[in-house]
Design a protein around this ligand. Structure first.
Ligand code: PBG
Length: 325
């Protein structure tokens, strides 16, 4: 055969392959989610997320220091609120001495350069387990947005670098930006969960925080997975309302959405490789059906290749460990 183009030339050795590789993972790509609980010396494995833990604040600080030495530069905080502090309005979310606010301060004190992002949504604090305020069985948009704006200011006051609203209420990005401006937080960023779909893959996370909805599901606020155009509409609105970073969530069943969003906006795009996506790899690896490290690298690279500038993932430390080998 006489061929003009032989594509295998660029695949013939590991050295050549690495020279022409288009997508390279680095520690700068990652956002590390952390689950924080009350107490001291606590390190509890989350049953449905093997190898991932809830830490009390003292152990969280140790973990954050380790992340920083590994080159990981950003954490995303979630707190597990005690049952007795939950109520209809999620008031504990605004407590200046709440676990979230104390955690932000302690982390910024211990590792000031670590970029601290905080989850903004009511589900961990709501007695109904919903991301918003429930009145007569309905998740009420505008009242919720008011609480979310106050919650964001409270996180900014504690020292958060970015607030990350994950609730999918309408108008919340504009309201949060306005509240931050009014309170002179001109350096606090907003990472908007812009295209967040109602997904069955959130299950393990809801175990981690004991935050499963008390009734119904989240389909009246999170997006319907049959839709694509709507993701672009949601994202462009968040950009207009003042988001600094937009997010697509989950990641794996939504790689097409990540690419379209990446092509549609001129700000960084993040993707959340969520708990169920983590659990599937862990479970198959445990059964001996896939090779865990290879599955992790292939999965995370696919998310970056799809267009994610930043990836929130429970595999961040694993990726750094594997890359350093
Ligand atoms: C809720 C929230 C969820 C996650 C992050 N923030 C769950 C949900 O919407 O029910 C999921 C993260 C994961 O599954 O890893 N505000």
């Amino acid at each position: 055969m006489i061929l003009t183009r032989r594509n295998r030339i660029l695949r013939q050795s590991s050295a050549i392959r690495s020279m022409v590789a288009e997508t390279i993972l680095t520690p700068n790509d990652f956002i590390v989610p952390l689950f924080i609980v009350e107490g001291e010396g606590v390190k509890e494995e989350i049953a449905s997320m093997q190898g991932y833990f809830r830490y009390s604040l003292d152990n969280t600080i140790k973990e954050v220091k380790e992340l920083w030495t590994m080159g990981l530069k950003c954490v995303l905080l979630f707190v597990k609120c005690k049952d007795e502090l939950k109520n209809q309005y999620g008031n504990e979310a605004l407590n200046p001495n709440g676990l979230m606010q104390r955690s932000i301060k302690a982390i910024k004190d211990a590792v000031p350069e670590m970029v601290v992002m905080t989850d903004v949504a009511l589900d961990p604090f709501s007695s109904d387990g919903h991301d918003g305020v429930v009145i007569n069985g309905e998740i009420v948009n505008d009242i919720t947005v008011d609480v979310l704006a106050k919650m964001s200011v409270s996180h900014a006051e504690a020292g958060a670098d970015f607030v990350a609203p994950s609730d999918m209420m309408d108008g919340r990005i504009a309201a949060i930006r306005e509240a931050l401006e009014e309170n002179n937080f001109t350096k606090t960023g907003i990472m908007a969960y812009s295209a967040k779909y109602a997904s069955c893959f959130y299950g393990p996370f809801r175990d981690a925080l004991d935050s499963a909805p008390g009734f119904g599901d989240k389909k009246t606020y999170q997006m319907d997975y049959h839709n694509r155009t709507e993701a672009i509409k949601e994202t462009l609105m968040d950009v207009e309302e003042g988001a600094d970073i937009v997010m697509v969530k989950p990641a794996l069943s939504y790689l097409d959405i990540i690419r379209e969003v990446k092509n549609a906006v001129d700000i960084p795009v993040s993707a959340y490789n969520i708990s169920g996506e983590y659990a599937m790899i862990k479970a198959a690896a445990k059964m001996g059906w896939i090779e865990e490290d290879k599955a992790i690298l292939e999965t995370i690279t696919s998310i970056k290749r799809a267009g994610a500038d930043l990836i929130a993932t429970y595999f961040a430390k694993d990726v750094v460990r594997i890359l350093n080998h």
